[in-house]
Design a binder for this molecule. Sequence first.
Ligand SMILES: NC(=O)C1=CN([C@@H]2O[C@H](COP(=O)(O)OP(=O)(O)OC[C@H]3O[C@@H](n4cnc5c(N)ncnc54)[C@H](O)[C@@H]3O)[C@@H](O)[C@H]2O)[C@@H](O)CC1
Ligand SMILES: [K+]
Length: 531
Amino acid sequence: MISAYTGTQVRHAEEPLLAAGLGDVLMQRAAHGLAVAVIRELKARGLRVYGSSVAVLTGKGNNGGDGLYAAAFLAARGMRTTAILTADSAHPQALAAFERAGGRVRHLSDAAPGGLAADTARADVVIDAVLGTGAKGGLRGSAAALIAAIAEARTGSAAPGFVVACDLPSGVDADTGEVAQPVLAADLTVTFGAAKAGLLADPGADFSGRVEVVPIGIEENFERPALRRLDDGDIAALLPRPERRAHKYSRGVLGVVAGSADYPGAAVLACRGALAAGVGMVRYLGPPEVADLVRESCPEVVCSTGAAADNRVQAWLVGSGMGPGDHEQLQRARDAVESGLPVVADAGALPALPDALAPHVVLTPHAGELAALLQRLGGDEDRAAVEAGTLAAVRRAAALTGATVLLKGATTLVAAPAGGVFGQSDGTPWLATAGSGDVLAGIIGALLAQLGSDVEHFGKAGVEPGARWAAVAALGAALHGKAGRAASDACLGGPIAAGGIADSLPHVWGKVSTLSNGGIRKRNSHSQPLR
Ligand SMILES: NC(=O)C1=CN([C@@H]2O[C@H](COP(=O)(O)OP(=O)(O)OC[C@H]3O[C@@H](n4cnc5c(N)ncnc54)[C@H](O)[C@@H]3O)[C@@H](O)[C@H]2O)[C@@H](O)CC1
Ligand SMILES: [K+]
């Protein structure tokens, strides 16, 4: 499990060591880890360390101190180092160490910003150490203008070098992932002590690149994470496995209420997703013409036109491919939610359900649907506001509805109403294709049918009972992302259609279930890559 924390939690974790007078030791560890990561990245890109250039942009706080100490290490390894001081002061000991190591200092206040930006953008490595977890708001004034100019100089021109964010990209909120422009997008973020929640939620994740954690000795001092990510080891541990004497009913039966005359294909794709995700049986309920199509495409599915209450299932999937005019289907969806069984409620079902729900109901909106849900509950967020603050929006929706809420996106967030949040980023942008969400709903429905009643199963994987529905949904999102990526990889990174996600899932499932803990691969003793 990858755990991420807020800036405040990190500061609390540091407090005992700071009180013991170890502040400089922590900074040296952070800086050393940053320098090692830069060297490794240079080598991975086939660049020499000796003689390569590094420009470190520094602010006046400890984040700037980390950057200056790291640059001092790099100067000692023979790199051509320049520090650009963006504030009127800099961490004094770190600046002294940098100058002793032979680094060159330039002051933003003394230089023509255009020339400074052009020089910086040409460096082999740019380290962004302007703002860290102590920042209030984004970059301002001349520092903002400089970063904007560097970002512009790097886009369009085939900029040779790469950008490393020190702890987090300046302008990204460590707690929420909200972004105050301008932000210099990083290729690599080297973060200290623990991942910050804002690096693993959109839009912060858009600017963070690959995230590596450098341990600095505060790791034992954390309590409840603000955000968690299932790694391959967790996924392997959580995947359902049939017992030797299992039969189709004991394996889990999923009832699917999806599709309509306008969108019959959604029912087929939801069923294909469910069948690929190990369910014992799928029962489809819907209009006869949709049922015919489901039978034709998926002969494994048992179809009926009856009421929800007449069908024995372990979980329901409702809403994919349904609209406000599909009264009979919407009634089945409401009946399914009232049954007390686990339900994944997608698309057309979202506006039709009661305001007060329970954790075993998993809502799967995209940003626009989440905005509509929040507005119905009295909020004023529009789609853009949800996209600008995904973590806050998904938490709010879970708290207001009492349901588990999964917000679809490049990073899929799942919030439990009791407070825990999972964030998965396993996919590829090719997953943004029609029908992809129907397959996701099918996968999550199948997992609910198989795992819904097994509380102990989650305890073994370190998931507390209150977060288990969120963990099921996160598991579904992870499998969906991995299956989409595998389908694209099989086409050398080419495009995929939604059906291809379902087709590649069994292989992905088999591959990941053989892993014991492949998610965090330790590259060395200093850092752990997160993605
Ligand atoms: N506290 C510690 O012991 C450690 C801290 N570390 C580093 O220290 C960072 C946190 O340090 P700080 O608390 O000094 O925070 P920052 O480095 O973010 O700097 C805060 C300083 O910048 C100013 N500031 C705040 N918002 C600003 C804005 N929008 N524009 C311009 N200036 C602004 C403040 O007046 C303050 O002086 C972490 O991100 C991490 O990089 C690491 O060295 C590990 C150990
Ligand atoms: K930074």
